[in-house]
Design a protein around this ligand. Sequence first.
Ligand code: CA
Length: 234
Amino acid sequence: MNKRILVVEDDVAIGNLIRMTLTTQHYEFDIAQDGSSALQKAISLKPHVIILDLGLPDMDGIDFINKIRGWTQTPIIVVSARGEEFDKINALDAGADDYVTKPFSVEELLARIRVALRRTSSEHQLEAESALFVNGHLEIHYLANTVFVNCVEVHLTPIEYKLLVVLSKHVGKVLTHNFLLKEIWQNALQSDVPSLRVFMATLRKKIEENPSQPKYIQTHVRVGYRMLRVHDDE
Ligand code: CA
C-alpha cells in the first residue's frame, strides 16, 4: 500500500522541491498552503505523515499541531527556519515528532520520513503495549525492570533506567530536554539540563558499543534526544 503524506507549506519553491522529492519516491501526497485547508485535507487524506511548515499565513503552526493532536497521533515533521530554535522546541513539546531546518537536503527529508513511517507501522503499535522492548541488541523487560545488551544484563541506576524507558516508549520521536526533565523529575527546571547530560553520558557508556558514536540514542544539540530504531540495513 502506498504511504500518503500531507505537506503543509505556503512557500512555492519549497513546496515544489518537496513535491519533486515525493514524486520520485512514489509517495502519494497532497499539498496544502494554509492551516485551514490542511486540516480539511488531514481528515480526507488520512495521511501516514504530515510535513508542516511552522510559518503559515492563517494559523500558528503550534495551533495546527494542537488541533491535529486532538484526534490523531499521525507523525508530524516540522519544517522550521534557521534560528527558530524556540518554535521548533515548542512544536516538539506540542506533539510534533521531528523537525528539519531550512535549507534541508532532499536526503535528509526522506530519511526523516522513513523514521516517521516506521513509527506508524502496526508492528510497532503492538509493541508499545508489550512488556518487552527490542531494538537491535538492546532489550528492555519493562515488568522486571531489567535491561540487556547483547544478551548480557546491564545494571542501570533508577534514573538511567527511567531515561531509557521514556526514550524507548517514544522510539523515533525527538524528545526535548524539557519533556525528559519533566518525565524523570516532575518538578525539574530548564537549569537541570546539565544533570540530564550527565545521566545520558553514563547511560550511553552502559548501552552503547561506542558511546562517542552512539547508535541507539541520538543527540539533538540545544533540543533534546531521540532513540533511533536500529536497523542492520542502514
Ligand atoms: Ca511559510
